[in-house]
Design a protein around this ligand. Structure first.
Ligand code: CP
Ligand code: NVA
Length: 307
């Protein structure tokens, strides 16, 4: 049966262990100059972008190329999707050409509608609700920084908006069992259903009023922009509402001395994070960005059966 990757909970803990192990091998092989892997040789993977992207587009396109496949990039606007072709038709047509389809769009329902009739894996490249591929890279980065320390013993802090990134971190805590403390301004919390589902699996997911409480002793401090794609008009209100939720030197000083700073990027330097923290030795943000490539290769290998 075809497996999709629409939300972080679409895969189970042992499957993540397999993917992280393979991502590590692929990263090492690439560092030694072995870029090319034959898994997708002769096959094509589609990518639909209905929102801007730098990392997701380039890391997936590179991953597909390095796996021997061919990326086909389109947007709803320049295909028949924006002219109203039914998702159930699009899904069945694209399934006959492609081996997988990565989509970045607004509503998650657009992905689930395609997934219902797709016989190839549908991979979420970001929606308003989730960004599982990014959190896959984030956890892999965290594991690299932890070395032999077990992930399930750690507390991770989320500071800022409870949007797509926070939702996927909540799901990740539910699946992988680590502690997650979120400091989010009132009214901007994560999706209540996602939160309740994850908490039923892992009670170590806690909401705090202040960033300092959430960050205390945390092994990683993670944030995102205050206004995501599609929320640009709310920018000024959000800047006011998120006052006090900036990750700065004082906040990082409350975390575990070995704490790393994570950010999915792009960042609004001086808003959700200071330049000092982003450029500090604690910041793993560029390693995190690179890791998108390695984990997505491992994900594609996992989801797309070898011929
Ligand atoms: N982090 C991330 O998904 O970046 P892009 O928006 O550049 O793809
Ligand atoms: N929350 C951000 C993430 C960008 C990668 C957005 O949706 O714009």
């Amino acid at each position: 049966m075809v497996r999709h990757y629409i939300t972080f909970q679409d895969l189970a803990l042992p499957e993540y262990q397999t993917i992280f192990q393979r991502a590590s091998q692929l990263k090492k092989a690439r560092q030694e100059g072995q870029f090319s892997q034959p898994h997708l040789a002769g096959r094509s993977v589609g990518m639909i972008f209905n929102k801007n992207s730098t990392r997701t587009r380039v890391s997936f396109e590179t991953a597909i190329n390095e796996l021997g496949g061919h990326p086909v990039v389109l947007s709803s606007a320049d295909s028949q999707i924006s002219r109203g072709e039914l998702p159930s038709h699009t899904a069945r047509v694209l399934s006959r050409y492609l081996s997988a389809l990565v989509i970045r769009t607004y509503e998650e329902s657009e992905l689930t509608e395609l997934a219902e009739r797709s016989t190839i894996p549908i991979i979420n490249g970001l929606t308003n609700q989730q960004h599982p591929c990014q959190v896959l890279a984030d956890i892999f980065t965290l594991l690299e920084s932890l070395g032999d320390e077990p992930l399930e013993n750690q507390w991770i802090a989320w500071v800022g908006d409870g949007h797509n990134m926070a939702n996927s971190w909540v799901e990740a805590a539910g699946v992988l069992g680590f502690g997650l403390r979120l400091a989010i301004p009132p009214g901007y919390g994560p999706d209540p259903t996602i939160l309740a589902t994850a908490r039923a699996k892992n009670p170590k997911i806690k909401l705090f009023a202040s960033p300092s409480e959430a960050v205390e002793g945390a092994r990683a401090v993670n944030t995102d922009v205050f206004a995501s794609m599609g929320q640009e008009k709310e920018q000024e209100k959000r800047l006011r509402d998120f006052a006090g939720y900036q990750v700065n030197r004082e906040l990082m000083a409350l975390a575990n001395p070995k704490a790393i700073f994570l950010h999915c990027l792009p960042a609004h330097v001086g808003q959700e994070v200071t330049e000092e923290v982003l450029e500090s030795p604690a910041s793993w943000v560029f390693e995190e960005a690179e890791n998108r490539l390695h984990v997505q290769k491992a994900l594609l290998e996992f989801l797309v059966p070898r011929l």
